[in-house]
Design a protein around this ligand. Structure first.
Ligand code: OOB
Length: 531
């Protein structure tokens, strides 16, 4: 990466794009603007903007008086809750840096994250969904990370209690960070190995929150349901929690990501917008199809993103929720694209929209790194006002992932359409190489979904001695199973090349999911190889 280019770009963003406000400072501004509005609701409890500002200030002071310092990294692993919101803003205010772990992550990942971030603190909930986080913390500390202080939300005797961190004195902003400093670390979304740390600045994160809030037309009347784990970039800042606060709206906490929590909350809290991954959107639709009546008329927008959404499911989302679908393509490393709420059916069902910022520079390139013509697929590269120039402390990986001209290589296969919308067709590494023939899983999935006996399908490549890779179609169990032969004939009737026909078919009752609820395609590959 050319450092001169990087510095030039950064000077430009600082001058033209970033506001000189930290995420902690932004809360102060919002509390002045929207003081009496309710900022967060959870299970009948609520906090106004003014109260959130006071609470976060007092916990920030508590952190600093108990020995933490500005710049300290703190791994935060608590489920969606009011305390989550208080904790992150307390950390922002204190100039400390939260590392956003997901509740589903376990010892190997957490240990790696603590070590890589050189964390001084680890905030956990005592228990969640039957899992004992204190036990995990104890094990981790007995093996390494002994400088890490554990802070527990909930029942606790051995570690520091989150509740004790409050200080009565008024928080002084003197300690606060600079808006171009790292404000938080997000984690890369991979399913194998230890997640990579993604440094995001206060100012760039705030910029995305505002821009995405604008794309979703959020106002002080908006009610955002935080359905996915808030530590993930999508519900945290696209527009999610941060974007809702920029607009003076209200956040409703959903503490467990499941349809029987999500759907009733939409009705009870008159939710206007939420964000889901495709697998959860589909589960919500199934839940609604069980027949119980819910009044979901408050809903205006459902955002769906995180992995490929097939056009058929896209249509079903709008029908089942009776509101607008906004497709959103995002990466924790930066770039966010979304569809226009007023976009045509084609745009809403078949594309992932446009970049949110005029400063996003997107390139679609071939294997040699050369730009491909409009309409052709290639790898999506991006640089811009909020996309990173590298993972934290991973020089070797960064050499691979950042181009000389400071573009981040997403590893996603995408194309740009004439009207400026993008289509993302999965990861480049998902491309199946069957005896030299290249097969795109999403193409086969789309064709298979035309068959009414198939409601959900995932196509993956699995290792094969003879062919290198072969095609395995996983189908969600429904009323009637089709045989491999049937499926192949059915595709052949659609006149596709013979090498694209599945070599294997398997039925599955539930999709394996990642920490944030995306379908875990690596797991499917593993399962396929064991068949
Ligand atoms: C979001 O962020 P991550 O970092 O967990 O995952 C990023 C990856 C992308 O590289 C892409 O492979 C996939 O997830 N992805 C999509 C997609 N949105 C993300 N693939 C196809 N269609 C989409 N709409 O997942 C994320 C961050 C912010 C907002 C939304 C999603």
């Amino acid at each position: 990466m050319n450092m001169e280019t990087k510095n030039k770009l950064e000077r430009f963003y600082r001058k033209n794009v970033w506001e000189p406000v930290t995420l902690g400072g932004a809360l102060t501004l919002w509390s002045q603007r929207y003081g009496e509005n309710v900022a967060v609701t959870e299970n009948g409890r609520q906090l106004t903007y003014g109260q959130l500002e006071t609470e976060a200030g007092s916990v920030a002071q508590g952190f600093l008086s108990s020995g933490f310092k500005r710049g300290d990294k703190i791994v935060l692993q608590i489920p969606n809750s009011m305390e989550f919101v208080i904790a992150i803003f307390a950390l922002f205010k204190a100039g400390m840096i939260p590392v956003m772990a997901l509740p589903a992550q376990r010892k190997t990942e957490i240990k790696g994250i603590l070590e890589k971030s050189d964390a001084r603190g680890y905030i956990i909930k005592d228990r969640y969904l039957g899992f004992d986080y204190k036990e995990m913390a104890r094990e981790i500390l007995s093996e390494s990370c002994n400088g890490v202080r554990v802070i527990v939300l909930g029942e606790n005797e051995e570690f520091t209690s989150f509740g004790e961190l409050r200080a009565d004195c008024v928080f002084s902003e003197a300690e606060a960070a600079d808006s171009a400093d790292i404000g938080l670390f997000l984690l890369s979304g991979g399913t194998t190995g230890i997640p990579k740390l993604i440094p995001r600045r206060h100012a760039d994160y705030l910029y995305v929150a505002k821009e995405t809030a604008g794309r979703c037309k959020l106002t002080s009347n908006s009610v955002y349901l935080a359905a996915l784990p808030i530590a993930h970039n999508f519900p945290l800042g696209c527009p999610g929690l941060m974007g809702t606060l920029t607009a003076g709206g209200r956040i409703v906490i959903c503490s467990v990501t499941s349809p029987d929590e999500i759907i009733p909350l939409i009705e009870e809290e008159k939710v206007t917008i939420t964000g889901l991954v495709p697998a959860m959107a589909s589960m919500c639709i199934e839940f609604l199809e069980l027949g119980e009546e819910y009044d979901l008329s408050s809903l205006e927008v459902i955002q769906v993103g995180g992995s490929v959404l097939d056009p058929y499911l896209a249509q079903r989302v709008e029908k089942a929720f009776n509101c607008r679908l906004q497709q959103i393509f995002g990466i924790a490393e930066g770039l966010i694209c979304c569809t226009d709420l007023k976009g045509s059916d084609y745009v809403r069902y078949h594309t992932q929209g446009k970049p949110i910022s005029p400063y996003d520079e997107v390139l679609i390139v071939d294997e040699k790194g050369e730009e491909v013509p409009e309409g052709e697929y290639g790898e999506l590269l991006v640089r811009g006002a909020y996309t990173i120039y590298g993972y934290y402390n991973l020089e070797e990986v960064n050499k691979d992932r950042i181009s000389e001209e400071c573009y981040f290589k997403t590893g996603d296969r995408a194309r740009r359409l004439k009207d400026g919308n993008y289509q993302v067709a999965g990861r480049l590494t998902e491309m199946i190489n069957r005896a030299g023939e290249k097969i795109i899983p999403s193409e086969i999935e789309e064709l298979l979904l035309k068959n009414e006996l198939i409601s959900e399908v995932q196509v993956v490549g699995i290792k094969d001695k003879l062919l290198g890779e072969k095609i395995c179609a996983f189908i969600l169990e429904g009323s009637e199973k089709m045989s491999l032969n049937n499926i192949r004939n059915c595709l052949a009737d659609m006149e596709v090349a013979a090498f694209k026909l599945p070599d294997q078919v398997a039925y599955i009752s539930n999709w394996p999911l990642t920490s944030v609820g995306k379908i875990d395609r690596n797991k499917l590959r593993e399962l396929g190889e064991k068949l």
